[in-house]
Design a protein around this ligand. Sequence first.
Ligand code: TXA
Ligand code: MG
Length: 324
Amino acid sequence: MKEEIKKAAIILNEGKVVAIPTETVYGLAANAFNDTAVRQIFEIKQRPSFNPLIVHIKSIDYLEKVSENIPAKAWLLAKKFWPGALTLVLPKKEIIPNIVTAGKDTVGVRVPSHPIALMLLEQLDFPLAAPSANPFGSISPTSAEHVQKQLGNKVPFILDGGNCEKGIESTIIGFENDAPILYRLGSIAIEEIENEIGPITIKNIEEQHPSAPGMIKRHYAPKTVTIVTKNINDAVHFYNGKRIGLLLFNSKNTDESIIHQEILSISGDLKEAASHLYAALHRLDALNLDVIIAEDFPENELGRSINDRLKRASELKNTKNILN
Ligand code: TXA
Ligand code: MG
């Protein structure tokens, strides 16, 4: 593994892109201080330039190199959750090029907890800008194979760090007049964050972009038509005769006409379910099904984050704009 990390470092030092493992999902990484390196991320991902990237730093001590005027509550959260799956949106310093932040005066920052990502960052004298390593709009990768399948021919090197432990992207928190705002549900439950800093306003930034009117929320999406429902049996009945795949929380369906079923956590553990979500969607999407029917999850802790992703996966396809 040491050799592979070294190889990744060499490629990144040359101003090229490497897919890296993190504890949430795989990232498509480049030198965050290097404009032309970062541009390749947008090209490979086919990502619109108005969508900012997350900057991955090696430790909390590095935070003031990339951002300033950091609110007290941001420090509390960084100390509590880093290294980990929390991204903080903070006022940016000049050293971060505009392409990284899509022209915004804030930057999204986090310290990943995946040991390989940390070892790699230790070897570099710059942070890594990295969005999830999937083509814009499709399902995020939680294994090196997922990256290989989706972007293998476009990325010079994929650093394999096994399956991602968390399996859903980081939770994103920003600040408006020092008040914390949730921009994206993610791997750390909002309840856990509120335990540290009190109530948080929820404002889903991925659903609102002033420069892209009419934008819809389809995102993290399989190619197969996907629906989310509380009543699996009714939906199965409705799609009678079709090739159906199911995505379920903790128990199997007895209908024998179903082609394939994915159970995310037999023991009913929401964290485990979250960690299996994207891998299950990738598998279902490869089966040439007519429809994926997903179960609506309990709307608490990571169930909320799972529902958020399922909702985005199920948005209708015939709309023009997609975010991410
Ligand atoms: O877990 C994760 O966060 C993964 C791993 C690779 O770290 N990364 C990830 O990146 O999910 P991406 O690009 O797929 O999602 C980043 C989100 C985008 O929706 C973007 O709008 C938001 O972060 N973001 C980044 N910088 C921001 C900023 N300055 N203001 C508001 N939102 C920002
Ligand atoms: Mg993404």
